[in-house]
Design a protein around this ligand. Sequence first.
Ligand code: COA
Length: 317
Amino acid sequence: MKIIATGSSVPQLELTNDMLSQMMDTSDEWIRTRTGIQSRRILSTESLTDLAIAAAKKCLDQSSLQGSDIDYILCHNIVSDIVTPSMASIINKEIGSCCPTVDLNSACTGFIYALDIADSLLKTGKARRILIVCAEEMSHFIDWDKRETCVLFGDAAGAVIVEDGGDETYFHLSTKYTDALNCNSKYASSPFRKREMPYHYLEMRGRDVFKLAILNSSNDIKKVLEKANIKPNDVDYYLLHQANIRILEAIRKELDLPEKSVPHNIEKRGNTSSASIPVLLDELNRSHTFKKGDLLAFSAFGAGFTSGACLIRWQLD
Ligand code: COA
């Protein structure tokens, strides 16, 4: 499988640590030293669907393809701004394609899952060219009264177009249940519902998630390197889920990697869930970081506890 285009879109509103410290009992110093985050973009006037469409269109522009050239759309979001139809089917209409569409949800690991499914669709010949869009509005379901979680996240959308061809793409995915990270749905009131409305914001045991993230991500990367029969330093760039700079550092040290092979944008984006890797990928692609033939590793983790890694050869000039 090869990536033939990338795109991304972030909201206009930049929410800095200093702005947060005006709203709650926190500080730039606390957030920066514990997480590496300095600011994040948050949806205000735009909608999540607007971001997703913009990321998809940027991808198409970069590839010079038309919407009608796409023959499958996989979209990933934990919560969309529209319950139904799916975000993928709205993107389908907006870009002028007429192909199968589906939304996935595997939490922050979503981009790796979407790539894995795309790889299978391409290999079986069910699709020739697939648009993947990961769009996340974390600000919609975090509790803005809880400083432990609300300072960590941002909103964004990232997209890629993939085609069959190029070198083998390797994957290692897993899910092992834990309740360290979860979020209940908010229900409309029903006259028949006898259960109480659950707390419907993101709940997290930060320290547990921190440890699981490092353990799972490091293991997934080791497994995927084993499958490809290569060593950690044979990979040119590791694009890791942007959740916490200390998590990135711990994974980098565990694999004994040089600093330059683990790029990051968490400083200005925060944790944007499944959008974090495709947004970073697009920013690095547009700043001409990669050269043709570079080997990229992606690795992410999230609620579930889902995690996964992928190894893919960069084919763009
Ligand atoms: N500002 C200031 N103080 C804060 C704060 C904030 N935003 N959030 C928490 N604190 C306080 C706590 O109340 C606690 O105070 P206490 O010592 O008086 O009880 C203190 O800071 C330490 O809290 P703790 O939770 O132990 O900090 P930590 O070093 O574990 O860092 C996280 C917290 C959330 C940054 C860290 O655990 C983490 O990044 N976990 C992974 C989260 C993640 O990646 N989630 C998404 C996965 S997809």
